[in-house]
Design a protein around this ligand. Structure first.
Ligand SMILES: C[S@@+](CC[C@H](N)C(=O)[O-])C[C@H]1O[C@@H](n2cnc3c(N)ncnc32)[C@H](O)[C@@H]1O
Length: 280
């Protein structure tokens, strides 16, 4: 729905069938970010229950507003006229970004929730590469049209309402430890992961995640950067690698690996990278 660093668009064709393959009545996503995965997944399948979480409250506010007040959210977004034609000013951008970063919990009052959802959306539409911490606005706004977003928001709210949906802004652990679901985890990467998001992921968090998944009763998938530390953390699990094409002819494949090094290559205009996909 909005630009976000680390969004998993290129993995969707691999992830969606793998998640559905688990055949569970409940879906959980502890690191939702821009929602690339769950928004696509819910188009394909109706779960009895859905639990979406991100520790960054501004992001969680947007998803909670889509879920609880889709019509009001569309109306409020429609009022943001200036950036339909031109970017917001640097001062406005800086102030809105500061507010998004300062929000420390999911607002319980409807008007506050809508305010922060709109604020986050406006900021992300103009944030270069979707990296809020870099703090540099692009000169242009992502191409968007109110009717398109209206449709996307209303349709997604419909999908969410067919399931019993919960949106939270907390730590990932409860989503692993309670219940029996299929869980897709997209944590910050091991390399660089602590400089890209307002909520940093420490070495201890990576260990906690590995331990939490090992002890979880749920079926799960986790995507990661290819790194020896990650391979070590998941030496007990089913580790695969997925090649992500940066071209129009996207090809995805899964291969079992013991150890792989990250590879980037340019063959003509096709670049590709590899990502670990680990399951349990
Ligand atoms: C790689 S991004 C997820 C991107 C998402 N899959 C997408 O397609 O946009 C990782 C997310 O983890 C969140 N995060 C960081 N620490 C967390 C924690 N302890 N618990 C839950 N979420 C956390 C960040 O706020 C960030 O949105």
């Amino acid at each position: 729905m909005f630009k976000y660093i680390g969004a998993k668009s290129r993995l969707l064709k691999t992830l969606i069938p793998a998640i559905l393959d688990a055949n569970k009545a409940e879906y959980r996503e502890p690191f939702a970010g821009s929602g690339k995965v769950f928004t696509e997944l819910l188009k394909h399948h109706q779960f009895e229950k859905v639990w979406i979480n991100d520790k960054f409250p501004a992001v969680a506010s947007f998803w909670a507003a889509v879920h609880r007040h889709p019509d009001d959210l569309v109306k409020e977004l429609g009022k943001v006229k200036m950036w339909r034609d031109q970017p917001i000013s640097l001062d406005d951008y800086t102030a809105r970004r500061k507010e998004a970063l300062a929000l420390d919990r999911l607002p319980s009052v409807k008007t506050d929730l809508l305010y922060h959802a709109v604020n986050l959306f406006v900021v992300m539409m103009q944030t270069f590469d979707g990296n809020l911490l870099a703090g540099s606005p692009s000169r242009t706004v992502d191409r968007w049209h109110v009717p398109n977003y209206e449709k996307k928001i209303v349709e997604l709210a419909g999908h969410m309402n067919k399931s019993k949906t919960t949106i939270t802004a907390g730590d990932f652990e409860p989503l692993l430890s309670e219940g029996d679901a299929v869980v897709y985890c997209d944590p910050p990467y091991w390399s660089q992961g602590d400089g890209l998001y307002p909520h940093t992921f420490t070495a201890d968090d990576h260990f906690r995640l590995s331990k939490g998944l090992r002890n979880s009763k749920s079926r799960w998938l986790v995507s990661y950067d290819v790194h020896d530390v990650v391979l070590g953390l998941y030496s007990w699990a089913d580790v695969g690698r997925v090649r992500m094409e940066y071209s129009s002819s996207r090809k995805f494949w899964w291969a079992k690996v013991e150890r792989v090094k990250i590879k980037y290559s340019a063959q003509g205009r096709n670049k590709w990278a590899e990502e670990l996909l680990i399951r349990g």
